[in-house]
Design a protein around this ligand. Structure first.
Ligand SMILES: [Zn+2]
Length: 221
């Protein structure tokens, strides 16, 4: 082989090695990263919002759950996060801030099944039943002298029991009693108990039992 040919092959091999090195270790590399880049905001790979161990150097689909892989976590969170006063942060990574589906997968299947089973009028009746229960709760709490803060048009009742501290003590007492579960929220500058009636299974008797439990908790504080 001529020296010129060897020289060309040599140069070619060096270029090839340089390119390979750049791909593996360079700033826009293969996505294979060591632990030194963990948690850095400048990492350069795509990952699954639900499965952070999945990493890829290109867009694609998570092999575990099928969600789209994303590169910019903050953009994803800005687009997907659900925030409300009655949704307290857990203090750790909340999955519902990273997916369009809250904490549950395929909620559309539930909706589809409900329409299939109940039909249009059945679903309407279910919604009306929940709203009627909420109105019944609001009336009972008002009758007992408590302050219902919102116009109860839907299935939500916000009630305050004097100052914020007392309201929160009563919320804790209701939760401890375990008859029903009501969370807290913030409404027009005040803490409030948020009563949300959303189950098809809730009956008038359940509503009355829940009101009794709430009134007992209020009397205890
Ligand atoms: Zn996944």
């Amino acid at each position: 082989m001529q020296r010129t040919t060897l020289f060309v092959i040599g140069i070619f091999a060096i270029i090839l090695l340089a390119v390979a090195g750049y791909i593996v270790w360079g700033p826009h590399g293969s996505g294979v990263r060591d632990a030194a880049t963990e948690g850095s905001s400048t990492v350069d790979y795509y990952t699954c919002p639900m499965h952070p161990s999945v990493r890829s150097d290109r867009p694609g689909i998570c092999p575990v759950c099928g969600m789209a892989l994303v590169k910019d976590g903050s953009a994803l969170q800005a687009a997907m996060a659900m925030t409300a006063a009655y949704l307290p942060s857990s203090g750790v990574r909340d999955p519902m801030h990273y997916s369009p589906d809250g904490s549950r997968r395929a909620r559309a299947v539930d909706v589809w099944a409900a329409f299939q089973h109940l039909g249009r009028h059945g679903v309407a009746a279910l919604v009306e039943q929940c709203c009627r229960h909420a109105a019944r709760i609001a009336a009972a709490l008002r009758d007992a002298g408590h302050q219902v803060l919102n116009d109860v048009e839907l299935n939500q009742v916000l009630v305050a029991f004097g100052d914020d501290a007392r309201t929160n003590r009563i919320i804790a007492a209701v939760q401890a009693a375990g008859v029903c579960w009501c969370g807290g929220t913030r409404w027009q500058g005040r803490d409030a108990m948020r009563i949300s009636v959303s189950s098809w299974a809730t009956t008038d008797a359940d509503v009355d039992q829940s009101v009794t439990s709430i009134l007992k908790a209020a009397a205890s504080q």
